[in-house]
Design a protein around this ligand. Sequence first.
Ligand code: PLP
Length: 417
Amino acid sequence: MHKQQLANMAGLIRTNIGDGKLKRTYLDNAATTPVRSEVLEAMLPYFTQKFGNASTIYSYGREAKEALEESRKNVAQLIGANTEEIFFTSGGTESDNWALRGAVSANVKKGKHVITSSVEHHAVLYTCRDLEKQGFKITYLPVDKDGLINVKDVADAITDETILVSIMHANNEIGTIQPINEIAKIIKQKNPEIIFHTDAVQTAGKIPVNVNNLGVDLLSMSAHKIYGPKGVGALYIRKGTRIAPFMTGGAQESSRRAGTENIAGIVGFGKAAELAECEQQEQYERLTLLRDRLMQGILNTIPYTRLNGHPTLRLPHNVNISFEFIEGESILLNLDMKGICASSGSACTSGSLDPSHVLLAIGLPHEIAHGSLRLTLGRENSEEDVDYVLEVLPSIINKLRQMSPLFAKRKEQPKNV
Ligand code: PLP
């Protein structure tokens, strides 16, 4: 396909999510990102001309295998790992499941205690709940008001029975970055045999991620957060780490993750990783400026607001703010009418009335957690997008508050109450 056509295709995916009449402002890059045109271009031949099964010995197979290994190199390089320590999976969820289930299964004879945090992604939290049902004891560490784990809490939670610690690198909702390296040091000082896993789905390719600097044994990644395709991820497994396979079957991935490899997807991941590595520093600086402009713009102009997540130890693209007296869902709907795609801190859309476990864990009362908005920037956002949000959001919030009985009640209260 012609290069320009490819770029146009990627552009269409980016901007014409709806009917094309309203300019779309996509600010939900923590949920997913569009596939870059360079990534799509790299992937396309592997659906058609280069369709071989990487386990076969003839030319088609060798071609696929070569592409697989080239991608492994790129992904390894992004996180400072050795190539043979990267295992491709179907995404961040599988990587998290494999890390937890595989590590406990291979080490159950040493103990049945796992430590994690109360703000992990559901891929970790629900897996832990499942492990509890299987007889494992799980400690869910609390976080402070900014979403940070206290390193001493990790040390205090370790027992003779502890076999695994899983703490995410940065939180997908509030953007707080955990002191992974300090946590690793404490764990290894206490017992070098304890396996340390981190979910780096939101950080790899966004902020510096180096498995040796972090001191982790297992690390989860996902392609679709860095302009790669959905349904592809990787688990980093430090050489020598005891972990059982999660998918059993064929001998793919050195007999550790069975299943015919998704070559096109993996090639896309490899390309996305290569590009992310080249552009990471530049994007980090650019997005930090945009994030701060958006954050300060909202906090300075709209009353009764609160920043969620750490003010500085946070992802360069994450803004999460609570607006008192209103519901996040209604903010989302009103933003959508203005062409802005964002995310809220409540799970109403998934059929539950409970607010996010992360917002509750940082101590927000239910009603404030319900009024939260997450805006996550990406490489395609500009100052213009930020200014557009700053232009439309105050009147949306004001309109919703005028309809809110809670806000009316608030105004009627004497000032000193
Ligand atoms: N972990 C974190 C922190 C995430 O943000 C996500 C996705 O949002 C996942 C895991 C799951 O990744 P995937 O969508 O690739 O299964």
